[in-house]
Design a protein around this ligand. Structure first.
Ligand SMILES: NC(=O)c1ccc[n+]([C@@H]2O[C@H](COP(=O)([O-])OP(=O)(O)OC[C@H]3O[C@@H](n4cnc5c(N)ncnc54)[C@H](OP(=O)(O)O)[C@@H]3O)[C@@H](O)[C@H]2O)c1
Length: 352
């Protein structure tokens, strides 16, 4: 199960996304051509081993996991485990890595991001949208704009799980029926930035509330995130989000005003055909089966359109439902973007 390591990557932050990235790499059997050589988190070795082996959401790790000599051993591979709170605390150059996958979510500005480069990391892929476009060299939604990478970028964002779900659908529909206005509600599973029981949160009063007792409206940057990828829709998108008491899997409830008359059959045909062939095959899926969210746990797609829920009111008001595994789908896109990023990276910036 171990993969050949043409590209050496490190994970900074080994929480939900960091662990899913590592596991997805092994479950893909090396197809990504990436090798995790180090991970950095604040956690101790015993916890790193335990939470790699056992996962309440995705089940047991499907390979051999142990720790010794400062390494997390996975199927015989050594992933060096570091415990540094700052990018400067890690000697990225000595690790000989090609790319850091930043999965702590603790860095949002260009000056924050640059700290990794100054500390010797050749390039960084972030697991969240940065504060503004000026804070990053490129924001990539795989399947939509990865070919825009020139190879000279050092700091790239993998956008958000919701952007990865919504952008491919909106692009397809804008190119087919045209979009005048878009309104999106994200219905998102609980995350580790919410408490189990009521507790203080320094930014958001609603995030003080127990994750498992309420449907909780939270702020979202989804509209601005989509506009970064689809600037032709700037000023025409609004979004809101609620967290719901499930462990994983989320959906977008998308309302669209189209530029011309359409119907549910046409909308579903456009989305189904894109799922079946073309550049979004394997990233977008289509179903009309009577699913519930847990059916999509561990699903690697960025979006699964539920055609049974498509509604058209009058000739131009469309409502859609698209599922996504907010952890597993996104972790798989981190690997896709990482591999593409490294494949096109300028050779003279590659560490050998
Ligand atoms: N979960 C999702 O569905 C999802 C989907 C897409 C994108 N994302 C994004 O991915 C990022 C991580 O989210 P997550 O859900 O994986 O969060 P998480 O489960 O809280 O994981 C973050 C991990 O990073 C560690 N950490 C915190 N500060 C660190 C530092 N300075 N250096 C190294 N490690 C540090 C945390 O340790 P402590 O717990 O000790 O603080 C924790 O283990 C966020 O930006 C989030 O928006 C999440």
């Amino acid at each position: 199960m171990a993969i050949a390591p043409p590209y050496r990557i490190a994970l900074n932050g080994y929480g939900r996304i960091g662990r899913c990235v590592l596991r997805a790499l092994y479950e893909r059997g090396g197809s990504a051509g990436l090798s995790v050589v180090a991970l950095n988190d604040l956690a101790d070795m015993a916890s790193v081993e335990y939470l790699t082996r056992f996962d309440s959401t995705h089940g047991r790790f499907p390979g051999e996991v142990s720790v010794s000599d400062g390494c997390l051993h996975i199927d015989g591979d050594c992933v060096q485990v570091l415990r540094q709170a700052t990018p400067e605390g890690v000697d990225w150059r000595a690790l000989g890595i090609d790319l850091v996958l930043e999965c702590s979510g603790a860095y949002h500005s260009r000056s924050d991001a640059q700290r990794f480069i100054d500390a010797g990391a050749p390039r960084v892929l972030f697991s969240q949208p940065m504060a503004s476009e000026a804070d990053i060299d490129a924001t990539i939604v795989y399947g939509v704009n990865q070919s825009s990478l020139s190879g000279s970028e050092k700091l790239v964002s993998n956008a958000s799980c919701t952007t990865n779900c919504g952008v491919p659908l909106l692009k397809l529909l804008h190119e087919s029926v045209g979009l005048e206005y878009v309104s999106i509600t994200t219905i998102h599973s609980a995350m580790n930035d919410q408490p189990v029981l009521d507790a203080y949160h320094h930014e958001d009063l609603r995030r003080t509330r127990s994750a498992f007792n309420s449907v909780i409206p939270v702020s979202t940057g989804l509209a601005r995130g989509i506009e970064r990828l689809l600037p032709e829709l700037t000023g025409r998108i609004q979004a809101k989000a609620v967290r719901v008491p499930t462990l994983n899997v989320s959906c977008l409830d998308i309302t669209l005003q189209t530029s011309r008359d359409t119907n549910a059959q046409e909308i579903n045909r456009v989305l189904r055909e894109a799922a079946e062939s073309g550049p979004l095959k394997g990233l977008l899926a289509y179903t009309e089966l009577p699913h519930a969210s847990c059916d999509f746990n561990h699903d690697p797609h960025s979006a699964i359109v539920d055609g049974s829920q498509t509604r058209v009111s009058g000739p131009r008001l469309v409502n859609l439902l698209a599922w996504f595994d907010n952890e597993w789908g996104f972790a798989n896109r981190m690997l896709d973007v990482a591999e593409h990023f490294l494949r096109v990276a300028e050779p003279n910036t590659r560490k050998d």
